[in-house]
Each structure stands twice: as structure tokens, then as C-alpha cells.
Ligand binder design. Structure first.
Ligand code: NAD
Length: 493
């Protein structure tokens, strides 16, 4: 199946990237395109298809046929796992080129995209192994009946992705959805399509049948809206902003299909005065500068016990001064923001906060030789930030860390929970009891103690409380999100 399928894939030209539908590259039906801009220098280096309703219809039709009559849902779970394992190997064999492509496309530094691609391979490895480990229950009934449950695929899954980690997001949605026998239509963010398109080709090389995975590129209000409202899809996995999440959930409601929403965050680090500050420093800093703060789990609020505020300001301030922002292909601590709009938005939030009197403790620098047309923002440490200031409450999606003092344990918890979000959090303390109590009281989908992140976190269920969304992806729980229980009752007398 794989060699045959691979021979049917038409290679796009270097710069122009078409949609991937039914195993073939297809330009938008009306030929429209969108320029792809490198965030490090603001220059156009490729185009993608600007898809509309007709392209989305074609992609959903391909996925529908592949699900209703095709091989994928009828392939044994063990064989599906084998194809996913092959995909993991192919990803690793192209790790450098995928990482280079992603770095140029989204402006992330190469070190970071290399690690993202490694995590992507791990997603396929993990769900390859998990595909045939999902069983059901036998349910006790009165004599004469036997009942059991089976997990069934949902059907056509629509995946709408954000731009901040396209390769990781591809792994997070596609590998569990395929493991359960669904077929997929992806709509990557308009600023982050190139690696997703290459990965769709690789999936065919791994042996995925035509139509089991389709990619339509384009704007959210066009291709994204058409996909989320499409009557022939069965489920939506959405990752992005809370505002668009509302629109997607409304579209899902109209078709009575399920949806997971993975939305934003304003995640706190709670740093008690007995914590190991030296160990915390690089980890907390990394949590806000990785991908230039453009991660949903950015550790953007540093809550510090008042008795330690001077020590922490000094330690973190000295560290922030040494950080540098630069192009994706230069040895720096962080790269540019994704686009001109985000650059303007983050700078405007910063100047408003500073104009309102929020003190700057320290700022990093922009590396010499960086293009004036790149979307660079210096890493900033602000504080003490008043609790009600917008910059302490709203998602910045930039390398901005707000330091806020707290008095005691209960004040720390109240402050940690005092945002509309509830995605991730960390508690830093040598007192195990205090750390455990705090971890139980913080309202967040993931809470770390004396750390932040655990490799790619592929194995760990992930999702939000409150305005950070609902549903869980990653880990074994994702297999439940991407499947439904069927109950079979046999009346054998
Ligand atoms: P966004 O909501 O603007 O876009 C996300 C996706 O939705 C894109 O593919 C976009 O084209 C599409 N879209 C836009 N309008 C649409 C519409 N009307 N209908 C359907 N689709 C539409 O978000 P973004 O700017 O790409 O990403 C940043 C946001 O994503 C942040 O808030 C961040 O916290 C969040 N995020 C969350 C997670 C998570 O796992 N919780 C991960 C990454 C990013």
C-alpha cells in the first residue's frame, strides 16, 4: 500500500504549496494563494493555497469516503499502530530538514524546532504502541444476557490548529485520531502550514491510505469557518484563541458534533521563599521565553512570596539582562514573534503597562545584525505588577514575565486562581506538604511541583479548566476523546 500511495503524491514546487486532499497536492479551486513570510526578516519566501468552501468540501468528501468505505477504519488496530510507528521513523529520518523548515516558517529558533520535531516523532511512537491497547468492559446483567463495550472511531475529525507549534500540534491531534481509526481533515494556521503539508506526504509514505489525512490551508474566517461548520464532519479538535473557540463551538453545536477546545492561559509559578531559586531560575525563564512566549502554557506570572521579592528580582533581573532575541538561524535565546500583527499587539500591551507605571525590572537585547524587518521583542521582566493591571491578567503571547508578590499560602492560591484561565501552573517549595496542598487547590489542568514541563509531555493528559477550554488531549485520555463507546447486548436466553 505504501509504495503505491507514495508514487501518487505529486511534489509541489519549492515555493508554492498546494492543499493535500485525497493523497494529492491540489491548488485552491479558484487558484488563490497566500504569501508565506519569514518572521526573522519579513520577506516572502513561499505561498500556500487560500482555500475556500469548494476546497474544504473536497477535503471533507475525501475523508468521508475514506472513513465510510475505505481501508483505514477497517484496518486492525495493530496494523494501524505499525503504520504510525513507520511514520515516527520517517519523521526522525527527516528531523533536521523539518526543523529547519519550521524555524523559517514560524521564526522559532532551530534548537526549539528540533526539539518539537523530536516530540512529534514521540507522539507517533506513543500512539503506535497504544493503538491496540484500548479495550472495553464486560457488564454484569441478569441471566440470559451478555453485554460488552467497544471503543469505536468517531468518523471524520476536523483539526483546526494554531501557529505556535505546528509540528507538535500535528502529532497531538493526528496521531491519536488516526490510532483510533478516524480519518482527518486539518486546517493549520495560515502562518504555519509548511511542515504540516510535508508531514501529510510523509504519512502517505508510511502507508496511510489516500483520504485518511487531508490538509486544507487558508484563512480562519474562510477555510476554518467552512470546515468547522461542515455538515459531514463528526468531531472538531480546536486549539487556538478563546474568541475563535467560541465560534467553533457554536458551529459544532449547529451540527450536533463534539468538540475539544484547547485555548489560552495565564499560567502562574508560585515561588515560596523556601524554594531552590537557582534550580527554578532557568526553568521559569525558559517557560516564558520558549517560542518567544507564544505558547499556551507560557509561565507568564511569577508569584513570589513577599519576603523573597528582592532576592528573586535581583536573580531574575540579572538573568533577563543576558538574554538575546534574534533570527531563527542564529544562536540566540529566542526568535521573533510570528507576524506583524502580534508584534504590534505585544509592543502595545507593553507600552500601555509601562505607561501606567508598571516598573521594568530588566530587559534582554535584540542580537546585533538582526533585520529591522523581523518581528523581534526583547524579553521583559516587569514588577511588582499590580494585580488588576491588564498585563497581569490577559494573555500577552510574548516574552513578558510579570512578577507579583504574595503574603502567605492562601494569598498565593487566591492570586494564582485570580484569572479567567486554568491551563497550567507550577509550585516551587522544599516543603512537600505545602507544595501538595497548593497543587490540589490551584485550578489548572496540569500542575508541576518544582519543575515546569516533562519532555514533550506526550504521555500526560492535557487540557484546561475555566476559559482555557474543555476536553483532554495527550496521553491515553486522547484515545477516549477521539472515540466513542458502543455497547453490544446479546440476549442469548
Ligand atoms: P486563533 O484562534 O486566531 O487561530 C487558531 C486557528 O483557528 C487557526 O488555524 C485559524 O486560522 C483558525 N480560525 C480563525 N478564525 C476562525 C473561524 N472564524 N472559524 C474557524 N477557524 C478559525 O489562534 P492563534 O492566534 O493561531 O493561536 C494563539 C492562541 O492559541 C492563544 O490564545 C494560545 O494560548 C492558544 N493555544 C492554545 C494551546 C492549547 O493547547 N491550549 C496551544 C497552542 C495555542
Amino acid at each position: 500500500m505504501s509504495a503505491q500511495a507514495a508514487s501518487k503524491v505529486e511534489k509541489p514546487t519549492l515555493k508554492d504549496h498546494a492543499n493535500f486532499i485525497g493523497g494529492k497536492m491540489r491548488p485552491a479551486a479558484d487558484g488563490r494563494t497566500i504569501d508565506v513570510i519569514c518572521p526573522s526578516d519579513g520577506q516572502v519566501f513561499a505561498t500556500i493555497a487560500r482555500s475556500g468552501q469548494a476546497d474544504v468540501d473536497a477535503a471533507v468528501r475525501a475523508a468521508r469516503v475514506a472513513f465510510d468505505t475505505g481501508a483505514w477504519p477497517r484496518t486492525s488496530a495493530t496494523d494501524r499502530g505499525r503504520i504510525l510507528a513507520r511514520m515516527s521513523e520517517l519523521i526522525l529520518s527527516e528531523r533536521e530538514s523539518l526543523a529547519r523548515l519550521e524555524a523559517k516558517d514560524v521564526g522559532k529558533i532551530y534548537r526549539s524546532t528540533f526539539s518539537d520535531v523530536t516530540v512529534l516523532a514521540r507522539y507517533f511512537e506513543f500512539y503506535a504502541g497504544a493503538a491496540d491497547k484500548i479495550g472495553g468492559d464486560v457488564i454484569p446483567l441478569p441471566t440470559g444476557f451478555t453485554a460488552f463495550t467497544i471503543r469505536e472511531p468517531l468518523g471524520v475529525v476536523a483539526g483546526i490548529l494554531p501557529w505556535n507549534s505546528p509540528t507538535q500540534m500535528f502529532g497531538r491531534v493526528v496521531s491519536p485520531a488516526l490510532a483510533m481509526g478516524n480519518t482527518v481533515v486539518l486546517k493549520p494556521a495560515e502562518d504555519a502550514c509548511l511542515t504540516v503539508l510535508r508531514l501529510a506526504e510523509l504519512a502517505m509514505e508510511a502507508g496511510l491510505p489516500e483520504g485518511a489525512l487531508n490538509v486544507v490551508t487558508g484563512y480562519g474566517h474562510e477555510a476554518g469557518a467552512a470546515l468547522s461548520a461542515h455538515p459531514a464532519i463528526d468531531f472538531i479538535s480546536f486549539t487556538g484563541s478563546p474568541e475563535v473557540g467560541t465560534l467553533v463551538q457554536q458551529a459544532a453545536a449547529a451540527n450536533h458534533v463534539g468538540v475539544t477546545l484547547e485555548l489560552g492561559g495565564k499560567s502562574p509559578h508560585i515561588l515560596f521563599d523556601d524554594a531552590d531559586f537557582a534550580a527554578a531560575l532557568p526553568i521559569i525563564t525558559n517557560s516564558i521565553i520558549v517560542n518567544s512566549g507564544q505558547t499556551c502554557v507560557a509561565g507568564s506570572r511569577l508569584l513570589v512570596q513577599a519576603s523573597a521579592i528582592d532576592r528573586v528580582s535581583e536573580l531574575f533581573g540579572a538573568h533577563f539582562q543576558g538574554l538575546s532575541t534574534g533570527p531563527h538561524d542564529v544562536e540566540c535565546d529566542l526568535g521573533p514573534l510570528i507576524n506583524a500583527k502580534q508584534h504590534k499587539r505585544v509592543n502595545s500591551m507593553l507600552s500601555t503597562a509601562i505607561g501606567e507605571g508598571v516598573p521594568v525590572i530588566a530587559e534582554g537585547r535584540i542580537a546585533d545584525g538582526s533585520s529591522p524587518d523581523g518581528y523581534f521583542v526583547r524579553p521583559m521582566l516587569l514588577g511588582p505588577v499590580p494585580r488588576q493591571n491588564t498585563i497581569a491578567r490577559k494573555e500577552v503571547f510574548g516574552p513578558v514575565l510579570s512578577l507579583l508578590p504574595f503574603t502567605d499560602e492562601s494569598d498565593a492560591i487566591a492570586l494564582a486562581n485570580d484569572t479567567p484561565f486554568g491551563l497550567a501552573a507550577a509550585v516551587w517549595s522544599r516543603d512537600v506538604g505545602r507544595a501538595m496542598r497548593a497543587s490540589r487547590q490551584v485550578r489548572a489542568g496540569q500542575v508541576y511541583i518544582n519543575g515546569y514541563g516533562a519532555g514533550g509531555g506526550v504521555e500526560l493528559p492535557f487540557g484546561g479548566f475555566k476559559k482555557s477550554g474543555h476536553g483532554r488531549e495527550k496521553g491515553m485520555e486522547a484515545l477516549h476523546e477521539f472515540s466513542a463507546t458502543k455497547t453490544v447486548i446479546l440476549n442469548h436466553g
